[in-house]
Design a protein. Sequence first.
Length: 254
Amino acid sequence: MNFVQYILALECEIMTISKKRELLLLELQQEIGYSFKNNELNNEALTHSSYANETKNKRIGHNERLEFLGDSVLSLIVSDYIFTKFKSLPEGELTKVRANVVCEPALAAKAKAINLGKYLLLGKGEELTGGRTRNSILADAFEALLGAMYIDGGLEVVRSFVLIRMTDVMELACSGSFFKDYKTQLQELLQSKTTDKIVYQVVKESGPDHDKTFCVEVSVNGEVLGSGEGKSKKLAEQSAAQFAIEKVRKLYDK
């Protein structure tokens, strides 16, 4: 193969990859019921910083700014919904409801419901370590997608999407079903089984100072019951407690 043939083959490969990406984005838009006017916004919302950092093309952006915007838009929509519908709830309870609706586990669950991990652009490291199923990455991408939809279509587009996809979570939270966090649930589950102290320990930290990921293990009497990751120690503890609950329930169901 001469140089000209090599260049033509390379261009053909790039076009093929680009076409595959375009088809994937179209598939996602069919899933969420919204067609982007600016497809680059959709693509940016699904681009993790690890991918952008590994790519030599400096023009490639990642989704952190869109995540910031989407977080604010989501909080507004959720606040408006629960304020309007649940008129008897005082400010403190409204705050609890909103926190449980926009928390990482809830957002990650909604991201998984639309198979969002399939459409992410990840760096090789994140790809190899299960980034497509990691709650923190999925929750961030879900908020970034909302931010992209807001810029592309406006507030009512996002409101419609959120009310279709997240009303069940808001209703459960307002009924009290989501008020207890995983750490509290684990404590209540174990208190009738043992008097030993529940210990949470950071076993690993990774990433730069401005974007750290923490890995936490939860144990009782030296036995590790679960481990989890998060962008803060508190989120990692919640994730570890969630896995521990599943393990403890299986143990006592036997």
